[in-house]
Design a protein around this ligand. Structure first.
Ligand code: COA
Length: 269
């Protein structure tokens, strides 16, 4: 991961280690160096109110001198067959090379964020900024993410998968994490000029958007919500989310995702 993507996944050790469901498929050379990898992991996804047992695929790479020999094809075949045999209903991945995965039944799901004006706000509660440098704050986050989280949307959300939330928070210095004590929930959000961007909510309950904004103390003119806002008591207009990476899904009947969706940036892997 470091040599190919310049990502130091060792940082996960600070947050409790890698996802224990991770199932890496790899090739090693005679000296024991990993030359090709493709990993699967397990996660529960909510789609139209139904929990779906899904496999995420990530960390796909072959060292340059070993490319073009079919190693990746072999690893993809092994990973997809193993997940099919283990009864995973759905496969998900994010990629900048969708053509690579189309032959295996993956199709691109267009992603939409939800934009609009903020709802009327009555300030009545406040929030506390969390820090990933503070062990108590990390414990609070892990407790919510691993044990007490409800899905942020019934339409489309990752229900269980804490590791990426923590890693994504760490890697993106613009993400703010605020604890809304009244709801026992953490809001992940950003702000830019006149816009507040809500990225995810990890909590025992999902507060209404007006309550979240009141607690955060923000009064921006525009709101962008980066997940389906069906629990927020607010409706934004879907707007295509421009990104260099595509969300691809395998195993989902075409009619299953009729309404616009977006995978929370905190769940990206
Ligand atoms: C993408 C990558 C993993 C391919 O590895 P590889 O060893 O060259 O792949 P293989 O030789 O096993 O080829 C497997 C298939 O993928 C196809 N393929 C390879 N690179 C591709 C690309 N960039 N776009 C579309 N298809 C591609 C091959 O043509 C081959 O098709 P076939 O099975 O119909 O013959 C490698 O180039 C790499 O590590 N790139 C940098 C990291 C990266 O982009 N990872 C993917 C992240 S989603």
């Amino acid at each position: 991961m470091h040599d190919t993507f310049d990502i130091d996944v060792g940082i996960q050790d600070r947050f409790g280690g890698p996802d224990p469901t991770s199932m890496p498929f790899g090739y090693f050379d005679a000296d024991g160096t990993c030359i090709a990898n493709f990993s699967a992991f397990s996660m529960s996804v909510i789609i139209e109110g139904r929990p779906v047992k899904a496999a995420g695929f990530q960390s796909g790479a072959v060292r340059p001198q070993w490319r073009g020999r079919g190693l990746y094809r072999d690893l993809m075949n092994r990973a997809f067959s193993r997940c099919d045999a283990q009864g995973f209903e759905l496969g998900l991945l994010l990629t900048d090379k969708p053509a690579l995965y189309e032959p295996y039944g993956f199709r691109v799901v267009p992603q939409h964020k939800f934009v609009g004006s903020p709802p009327p706000i009555q300030p009545w509660t406040s929030a506390r900024r969390l820090s990933l440098e503070n062990a108590d704050d990390i414990d609070l986050l892990k407790n919510l993410l691993f044990l007490n989280r409800v899905p942020v949307s019934e339409r489309f959300a990752v229900a269980s998968q804490a590791e990426m939330f923590l890693l994504n928070s760490f890697f993106d210095g613009d993400v703010r994490l605020d604890y809304l004590e009244a709801f026992d929930a953490v809001a992940a959000w950003k702000e830019d000029a006149g816009t507040v961007q809500l990225l995810d909510i990890a909590g025992r309950a999902i507060p209404l958007l007006g309550d979240i904004l009141a607690a955060l103390g923000v009064t921006h003119e525009d709101v962008e919500v980066c997940f389906p806002p069906d629990k927020l008591g607010w409706q934004g207009m879907p707007e295509v989310h421009a990104s260099g990476t595509s969300l691809m899904i395998r195993g989902l009947p075409a009619e299953s995702l009729v309404d616009p969706v977006m995978l929370s940036p905190m769940a990206e892997f």
